[in-house]
Write a protein that binds this ligand. Structure first.
Ligand code: NCD
Length: 358
């Protein structure tokens, strides 16, 4: 198996994402990741194994004994949450996922009160965390920083796994895992995640969750993808290029209602105006036709679902919240289970948990 220590940074950085995968695997981990950096690391068997493990953890944690038993797996390990970009649920969901397995945690959320303020580089900061912690879960605005850190740490005296909890506009692999887990659960008793249409709507240009999920969906049979957005925020070409390469059928449109009526899942996203190059740039775009409300709900199939990575603004009307097809709250909770499955896997515990007799 390829080792991250055997390849220089520039050479590694230049590889296509799928070619990077073997460098990021856990030794002896049957393809499971050690560092989790992008969605391209996960193929269908891995996704199904993670979903099965998440189901198991969810089930075991229902009883007091089960919850205490899960906590007994990693009380000797510590995780660092380095979140220098705003976050509520991704931070708390990873924190809760760690707590389920008994890990203790520390965090840096504001570089203004860390040594970065004194001029320390991010690289040095993260090396510092690896001295105290056994895993680093990180969210940063910089594209590729998680990858650089994974390479750096693997080449250091104290390698620890990196889990990318959102990097720049490019990737959000653990969100894509929870989105896939939600889709698998939602269609489990309804014919499965195949022959489906998934519509993405909103800011598809800058939404990293869209790029990661669009890729993961290519692992499933005959999933048609629809991209509905104002032309200024339409899905970037690199996402479509992957779909063409994988022979996935897709459509680009600006008609949400039409898309909703033929979709099995509608994935709404907010306008990511924190990335505006000029203040107020996004506000000039007419987004009024890219919102999901009572009229769209009436067009949704009886078995269809509405998803959203959250946070939302007004792109889903609150009147939809109590509809059984609104999956965004459950999606959040699913995130906690699949992230604990991923963390358990990173520490090589999947078989132990799956075969534990609970
Ligand atoms: C998303 C993100 O940070 O990319 N949020 C999340 O992690 N659940 C989506 C967003 O911020 O719009």
């Amino acid at each position: 198996m390829a080792k991250l220590t055997e390849i220089g940074w520039k050479e590694f950085e230049a590889l296509p994402l799928e070619a990077k995968r073997p460098y990021l695997e856990r030794p002896g981990g049957e393809g499971m990741p050690y560092h989790t950096l992008f969605a391209q690391q996960f193929d269908r068997p891995l996704l199904e194994r993670l979903a099965a493990l998440a189901n198991r953890i969810r089930f075991i944690s229902k009883s007091r004994e089960g919850a205490l038993f899960l906590k007994s797996f990693l009380p000797h390990k510590r995780a660092m949450l380095y979140f220098t970009q705003p976050s509520s649920r991704t931070f708390l969901s990873h924190l809760a996922a760690c707590q389920i397995l008994g890990l203790t945690t520390g965090s840096v959320r504001d570089t203004a009160i860390s040594s970065e303020f004194k001029g320390e580089s991010k690289e040095d900061s993260i090396r510092t965390f690896s001295s105290y912690f056994d895993m680093i879960i990180m969210r940063t605005p910089e594209k590729g920083l998680a990858e650089k850190m994974a390479w750096e740490l693997s080449n250091s005296d104290r390698p620890v796994p990196i889990l990318n909890a959102g990097s720049g506009k490019d990737q959000h692999p653990t969100q894509a895992l929870l989105d896939i887990y939600t889709l698998l659960r939602s269609f489990e008793t309804k014919g499965g995640l195949r022959n489906r249409t998934v519509t993405f709507c909103g800011d598809l240009l800058r939404g990293r969750t869209v790029r990661s999920l669009s890729y993961l969906l290519t692992n499933f049979e005959n999933i048609r993808q629809m991209f509905v957005a104002p032309k200024e925020l339409q899905v970037p070409e690199d996402v479509l290029a992957i779909l063409r390469e994988k022979n996935v059928s897709y459509d680009v449109s600006n008609d949400l209602r039409e898309a909703v009526s033929t979709s099995d899942a509608v994935y709404m996203t907010r306008i990511q105006d924190e990335w505006d190059s000029a203040k107020g740039e996004s506000a000039k775009i007419d987004t009024s036709r890219f919102k999901f409300g009572a009229e769209e709900l009436a067009l949704l199939k009886p078995d269809g679902i509405i998803m959203h990575p959250l946070p939302r603004r007004d792109e889903i009307a609150t009147c939809c919240d109590h509809d059984p097809r609104a999956m965004y709250w459950r999606q959040m909770r699913n995130g906690m289970w699949i992230r604990s499955a991923l963390i358990a896997t990173t520490f090589g515990l999947e078989n132990e948990i799956l075969n534990c007799g609970y």
